[in-house]
Write a protein that binds this ligand. Structure first.
Ligand code: ATP
Ligand code: MG
Length: 144
């Protein structure tokens, strides 16, 4: 079944001028882009997005990193989008990521790891709603 996932090109991706390369990699793997924008997260928005990690020791650093520059959230569609996209990006720690994955190719370390991918269909829908209104996605896909 075709479903959706949310990718975010993180601040290290925009800072290193890798937006084009990473999007090209994603499209080359057969993902269709349903929505895309560039945003600067503030503290509140970043904390809300990563709320599940609020008790983790790296939480404050994660918020600092995610608010340090522009991010590019992207709504993607494909068969088994969530699972396929996590396979494409590789393990959280780039040192442990498979060869050819986006994190293996471009990421620096376990924090500055270039890209986010949703971890379940349910979270994908919540995360998409964090950045995109339903109306916006309908309008840009010509279904109005
Ligand atoms: P994401 O949710 O961004 O796709 P993920 O699902 O692979 O990444 P999570 O466990 O959800 O990994 O962690 C969220 C983010 O927090 C990671 O992508 C990374 O930027 C940061 N992070 C995770 N673990 C650590 C750690 N041990 N030290 C520092 N930062 C970490
Ligand atoms: Mg995660």
């Amino acid at each position: 079944m075709k479903n959706r996932t949310l990718a975010i090109l993180k601040p290290d991706c925009t800072r290193k001028q890798l937006v084009g390369k990473v999007i090209s990699h994603i499209q080359g793997a057969g993902f269709k882009i349903l929505g895309l924008k560039m945003v600067r997260l503030n503290n509140e928005s970043a904390k809300g997005f990563y709320e599940v990690h609020k008790e983790r020791p790296f939480f404050n650093d994660l918020i600092k990193y995610m608010t340090s520059g522009p991010c590019v959230p992207i709504v993607l569609e494909k068969e088994n989008a969530v699972e396929e996209f996590r396979r494409l990006i590789g393990a959280t720690d780039p040192a442990k990521a498979d060869e050819g994955t986006i994190r293996k190719l471009y990421a620096e370390n376990i924090q500055e790891n270039i890209v986010h991918g949703s971890d379940s269909d349910e979270n994908a829908e919540k995360e998409i709603a964090h950045f995109f209104s339903r109306k916006e996605l309908l309008e840009i896909n010509g279904w109005k």
